[in-house]
Design a protein around this ligand. Structure first.
Ligand code: SDX
Length: 433
């Protein structure tokens, strides 16, 4: 039975607007004919109430703290799957057969190396460059070394997606490690066959030219989990950016490069670096967290409890729960204690019992605990958002693919409510006073 439409009453006229219902029962008023029929547009700054598209990649229920990739719960994937298998699921929509997974891994392994020219270009960045700036630049530059994979001719680029996806998933890791080593003034090392995706990344990051770094399997596993938990998150700021750029017909390299720029902001993917810096500041100042919480509640302070709050989750971010449990495991395996973890848990406890945070449904999000694990692994805090970008790469690719496969290629072009100057005439400079 078709869904009952919405009736909009404007200037004593009634307009019938269809209601769309998603596969999880989400309902949306379809306003695609609104301007033509009523002369009005909608207004929703920050898009908090706006569905930009129909998508089948990821489902989130913010009230219930539910996150599913292609219908599989994040809890089940975190327990039973791996980052590369989940990447395949996100991009192709189904869990791979053993043969499909082996071929996917093979293609990724074969693409680990980057062209010497790109390595030389990357070495030209100042050592003070933030790795996210280097990553966004080198991802777009990567497209120059694979012109046949990113021609901006949509049907052609879509046909090359398998190869472009493998190039990006594999090389984003190599570029990240090269950016880190260039910053540290270390010579590059080459990818090592026989290591899995995360094992090779840690090798590229930390091995010396004549001495491979000891990679603890639990550490590689913890990193794999972090990447899996970051793999997609429906229409967040950076994924919406990738879709916006893709909607103009741009190739995958340009689209994900724009996604990296959007992810960098401290309100978005940059929060994981901001959380660790916040915890370190609290630790340095000897504050037990109460002073910081008070500041985070005081609007005039400009301080926010980083890693807390979310536009969609009005309940605990399911990823934060999983990462928090992993923190203890990794620290125990490494025989480490981290005072920042104690501070984080004290902050969480205080905030979850504080009316300011409770009234605003502010809970820990994916970024609150992830830095503790990354720090324990030895990843410098400036690289935390780069790790987020490596994890999010399959998600960005799956959304680019969804745009590219859409039967109707529609460029994204929102409207606005103009609030600037009304018509006025030019005044010659001598008469401007
Ligand atoms: C990610 O969208 C995604 O899916 C993103 C992500 C993904 O996987 O792609 O999940 C990854 O980006 C997680 C979020 C990481 N960012 C942070 O941790 C930064 C700190 N959090 C915030 O700045 C904030 O909570 C946002 C940006 C995450 C959400 O902001 P909203 O939805 O625009 O909410 P808001 O800023 O309007 O805040 C609502 C109220 C305000 O108070 P009032 O004006 O109502 O009095 O809550 C307050 C805010 O001041 N508030 C906070 C707060 N977050 C919101 N107060 C103190 N500390 C905070 N962290």
């Amino acid at each position: 039975m078709p869904e009952k439409p919405a009736i909009l009453k404007l200037d004593d006229k009634e307009f019938v607007l269809p209601v769309l219902v998603g596969s999880e029962g989400e309902r949306a008023v379809d306003v695609r004919t609104l301007r033509d029929t009523t002369g009005h547009i909608t207004f929703d700054d920050g898009y908090g109430n706006t569905g930009a598209c129909e998508s089948g990649v990821t489902f989130i229920d913010g009230e219930k703290g539910i996150l599913r990739y292609r219908g599989y719960s994040i809890e089940e994937l975190a327990e039973k799957s791996t980052f590369i298998e989940t990447a395949y699921l996100l991009i192709y929509g189904q869990l791979p057969s053993a043969a499909q997974l082996a071929a996917f891994k093979e293609r990724i392994l074969d693409n680990a190396q980057v062209h010497e020219g790109l390595r030389i270009a990357l070495s030209g960045f100042p050592s003070t460059a933030h790795p996210m700036a280097v990553l966004s630049a080198t991802l777009n530059t990567l497209g120059c070394y694979y012109p046949e994979l990113g021609t901006n001719e949509r049907a052609h680029d879509l046909a090359q997606l398998d190869e472009a996806a493998a190039v990006l998933i594999s090389k984003v890791r190599t570029l990240a490690a090269l950016a880190h080593r260039a910053k540290e003034g270390q010579p590059p090392v080459y990818p090592k066959p026989g290591l899995n995706y995360c094992g090779n990344f840690l090798h590229l990051m930390f091995s010396q030219p004549n001495a491979d770094s000891e990679i603890h399997p639990e550490v590689a596993k913890a990193l794999d989990l972090i990447l899996l938990l970051h793999a997609d998150h429906e229409q967040n700021c950076s994924t919406s950016t990738v879709r916006m750029v893709a909607s103009g017909g741009a190739n995958l390299f340009a689209s994900v490069s724009a996604g990296v720029c959007a992810l960098w902001g401290p309100l978005h993917g940059g929060a994981n670096q901001a959380v660790i810096e916040m915890l370190e500041e609290i630790h340095r100042s000897g504050d037990d967290g109460s002073r910081f919480i008070a500041a985070a509640k005081d609007k005039s302070s400009g301080v926010r409890l980083m890693g807390f709050g979310h536009r969609v989750y009005k309940n605990y971010d399911p990823r934060a729960k999983i990462i928090k449990a992993q923190c203890d495991k990794v620290l125990k395996v490494l025989g480490r204690k981290d005072p920042l973890l104690d501070i984080a848990m004290r902050l969480e406890d205080a905030a979850l019992n504080d009316p300011y945070f409770k009234q605003r449904n502010l809970y820990p999000n994916v970024d609150f605990y992830s830095g503790i694990i990354l720090k324990a692994i030895g990843i410098p805090s400036e690289m935390f958002t780069v790790i987020f970008a490596i994890g999010r790469m399959p998600g960005w690719i799956s959304h680019w693919k969804e745009i590219a496969e859409a039967p109707k290629q529609k460029i994204h072009r929102p409207r606005q409510v103009y609030v600037g100057e009304t018509l006025r005439s030019y005044v010659p400079i001598e008469k401007r006073g």
